[in-house]
Write a new protein. Structure first.
Length: 258
């Protein structure tokens, strides 16, 4: 599980690392110029272009993937709200005297679902709520099946039980989405390419009489900010970019249950 400090640490490490690599590249370039003169720059343009292109491609790839997972997590909140709402309405197909116990479990279940995501980033509380959710799923299923057996018509079973199954499946999907992140090696490669690009950029600035502090700091800040956004989107309940607003749909549904 990515921690809540993932994005800030990635951004800060990148900012400081880029500054260091720019300076190191500049020193290497100045030494090369002192020995070989302008011949030190021969043939390096193609290498620099290739590394810059790969760095840009890797940034675009990781950003696109993070944004896609962010949208997926928001869509899953909507899907779960719809699934719970559908199952709640279909409780009305059960015999009248069996509906209230099932509806009481629905209220507990939805309370647990809301509490589950409010518990993040407390992983122990999250695990406890997930266990509570699983227990309530078993109770809901058992109560619903028992109620369906009390009537001769198959309508309650045909309507309610598939809706419950869909509701439970969405819970599993949302739980899996919490842990759905790229392998660490992807971020390791991204960070490595960013640093190598900074090294080459510093080497290219070796011919400047002064360090070009403004360009150096701006470049490091922009790259650090990009990496921060990528990391922040990956943990949308721990940073600045969040999906919490969509939880209002579940809260509104809970209020409608009384």
């Amino acid at each position: 599980m990515y921690g809540s400090l993932f994005a800030p640490v990635l951004a800060l490490a990148s900012f400081l690392g880029i500054l260091a690599m720019l300076e190191w590249g500049r020193l290497i370039g100045k030494r090369a110029l002192a020995v070989d003169g302008e011949a030190a720059r021969a043939g390096v343009t193609a290498v620099e272009g290739s590394v810059y292109a790969l760095t840009g491609l890797l940034i675009a790839f990781t950003f696109s993937g993070a944004a896609q997972r962010f949208d997926q997590r928001r869509a899953l909140v909507v899907q779960e709200t719809n699934d719970i709402g559908t199952a709640w309405l279909r409780v009305a197909t059960l015999p009248p005297d069996t509906q209230e116990p099932v509806r009481a479990l629905f209220r507990e279940y939805l309370d647990s679902r809301i509490a589950t995501y409010r518990a993040i980033p407390d992983m122990e509380a999250l695990k406890a709520e997930l266990a509570r959710t699983s227990d309530l799923q078993g109770q809901l299923w058992a109560k619903s099946v028992a109620a369906c057996r009390m009537v001769e018509s198959t309508a309650p079973c045909v309507l309610l039980l598939p809706a419950l199954n869909a509701m439970f499946d969405t819970t599993t999907t949302r739980t899996a989405a919490i842990m759905m992140h790229p392998p660490w090696v992807i971020y390791g490669m991204l960070w490595l390419f960013v640093l190598v690009s900074a090294l080459l950029a510093g080497h290219a600035m070796a011919g400047m009489r002064h360090r070009g502090l403004l360009h150096t700091v701006v470049y490091a800040a922009i790259m650090g900010a990009i990496l921060y956004v990528i990391g922040d989107i990956e943990v949308p309940r721990m940073g600045l970019i969040r999906v919490d607003a969509f939880d209002a749909l579940l809260v509104k549904l809970r209020e409608g249950m009384g």
